[in-house]
Every structure is written in structure tokens, then in C-alpha cells.
Unconditional design. Sequence first.
Length: 87
Amino acid sequence: MLTKATAIEYATKNIRINCICPGSIETDMLVLFWGSIKAAAKNARMPVRRLGKPEEIAQAALFLACDDSSYVTGVALLVDGGYTAAG
């Protein structure tokens, strides 16, 4: 709701406010939590059957930062390999 409220407040000033909601991303922290990338991938239960890569989150951020998303504001962008969609 903070993203939506802030987006509405700043829309007339041509400032876009969005947020990225990442899923399980292949990082050192994830390995510390699960013990290995293989264990993390098995437990992640992603419909795409793999963990995300940090670069994929960066690409989502790049899209939101560039003019290609000039009409996008107030969005919580799920970058989670379909995890949220699968429920």
C-alpha cells in the first residue's frame, strides 16, 4: 500500500513509484539458509523449476527505471518464477 499511496501522491510530478517483489534468488545467503543451491531449488517449489538469478531482478529494475515503463506506476512487480501465481 505504501507503493500505491506514494505513486498516487507523486504521479502529477512525473515521478513513478514501483516496487520489486523477488522470489527465491540464487545467492550466497540462500545457500547459507538451505545448505546448497540444489536443496534450495528443491524446496523453492517454483513453477519454472529453478531459482532466479540476481541478473533477472536487475533486469526488472532496469525496466522500471527506463522510459519503456513510463506509464507504469504504483505496481508491485512480482519477479518470483510464478511462485505467487501457484499459490
